[in-house]
Ligand binder design. Structure first.
Ligand code: HEC
Length: 106
């Protein structure tokens, strides 16, 4: 029974993967101007508007970055700035940004 369930989940999940846009790191780089002030390229410290902790996104798995952005967009994750930013992004924008940030190694 467990095995059958596992196979079913796989089949249900596959179309979702197939539809996810493929990220282009080059295109993503061009979209980071909005992120740099806080997430910094490279590094992740910010001194504006005051010093506060910004999570490091450089070198994260693309799927981790996309999931986080989708969660801000849907409201599942709340942070006023990140929600506003994610709401202006298409799935392609997120995939491109994720592709770029995942190539950065700290
Ligand atoms: C005004 C500052 C600011 C800007 C601009 C900004 N971010 Fe963020 N970002 C934050 C903060 C603060 C958090 C942590 C919020 C929280 O606690 O959920 C965050 C969280 C994230 C996360 C989740 C990271 C994790 O480990 O959970 C991702 C991914 C992310 N930002 C991507 C981006 C991208 C891509 C851009 C540009 C399109 C961007 N951010 C622009 C401040 C910013």
């Amino acid at each position: 029974m467990k095995k059958i369930l596992g196979v079913m989940v796989l089949f249900l999940a596959l179309p979702a993967f197939a539809q996810a846009p493929v990220g282009n790191a080059q295109a993503g780089k061009a979209k980071t101007s909005m992120c740099e002030g806080c997430h910094g390229v490279p590094g992740y410290r910010t001194a504006y508007p005051h010093v506060y902790r910004v999570p490091k996104i450089d070198g994260q798995q693309p799927v981790y970055i996309v999931n986080a952005l989708q969660a801000y967009k849907s409201g599942a994750r709340s942070h006023p700035t990140m929600q506003a930013i994610a709401q202006g992004q298409s799935d392609q924008d997120m995939a491109d940004l994720a592709a770029f940030y995942s190539t950065l190694n700290q």
